[in-house]
Write a protein that binds this ligand. Structure first.
Ligand code: SF4
Length: 271
């Protein structure tokens, strides 16, 4: 019998959630699982929610206006700087994904910081307004069942001349060698997704870091196409993810990352 239309949605059981997580995985889920399985458990299995952080709100607002900017380029109706600013103001006001708790005066400062990042990026023409992108903000999947792995899912921010471009906001200037290593799960996942969906090889991956300094700057890190060694590493990481979920292996991994962990208090009570 079907549930009445006005019946409250049924809570999914932990077993159903775990099954779903074994069917599909994104780079961010996989990275979090490998960073700390208990944090993964709090966020994706128990689905504990925490207030949005100010830096996440800045990052989301910047990301939203760059998405609009690139979509307009794709439609070949580029935005003016004024339209981009309006889009930023609108994105900033959007608290549908949570509202940060601001200290007095903090919101205006952060809002200005975010806009200065966008303004710097657009004025420096890191994405020429008249160049039509290959794809903007496109959700993609790769069926990896023949490797005994979950489906890989993700959203490509921007693809231009077969180069996969991902946006990041950062408080510090990234080191290109380190950032290529620390983002490897994400960049390799994007390459796998790109190849599965186009049948073509990407020309490379570029990370566009918008750095929140007193004088904002843009740092672009370019990487060559994915190697077969990187693909193998990713597939082994996905195997470890799958095996860990099957064993329900959700142990804490205390380390430097705990300083910024929103589940610190829950973690201290874990036994
Ligand atoms: S505090 Fe550290 S060990 Fe605990 S859940 Fe967070 S990241 Fe993991």
């Amino acid at each position: 019998m079907n549930a009445p239309a006005d019946a409250p949605p049924q809570e999914r059981s932990e077993k159903d959630i775990l099954n779903g997580l074994q069917e599909k995985v994104s780079a961010s889920r996989l990275s979090l699982f490998l960073q700390c399985r208990l944090k993964f458990y709090f966020r994706y299995v128990l689905r504990l929610t925490k207030p949005k952080t100010p830096s996440l709100h800045v990052g989301n607002s910047v990301h939203a206006v760059l998405k609009k900017w690139n979509k307009a380029r794709w439609l070949q109706t580029p935005l003016s700087l004024k339209q981009a600013h309006d889009a930023y103001t609108e994105a900033w006001a959007d608290t549908s994904e949570g509202k940060p708790v601001w200290d007095p005066g903090e919101e205006e400062t952060e809002k200005t910081t975010g806009w200065r990042l966008v303004d710097t990026y657009l004025r420096e023409s890191h994405v020429p307004p008249d160049l039509k992108p290959d794809a903007v903000e496109v959700p993609v999947e790769a069926d990896l069942a023949r490797h005994g792995l979950p489906r890989l899912i993700g959203i490509l921010d921007l693809v231009q001349r077969r180069q996969i471009i991902d946006y990041k906001t950062s408080a510090t200037t990234p080191n290109s060698e380190k950032v290529a290593h620390t983002t490897e799960i994400q960049t390799t996942s994007y390459s796998v997704l790109y190849r599965h969906n186009t049948g073509d090889q990407e020309s490379g991956v570029a990370l566009h870091h918008l750095v929140k300094l007193k004088n904002p700057k843009v740092v672009i890190t370019t990487m060559p196409p994915m190697t077969s060694r990187q693909e193998t590493r990713l597939f082994h990481q996905m195997e470890a993810y799958l095996a860990g979920l099957q064993r329900q292996d959700f142990i804490p991994s205390p380390g430097m990352q705990c300083v910024a962990c929103e589940f610190f208090n829950e973690c201290r009570k874990w036994h």
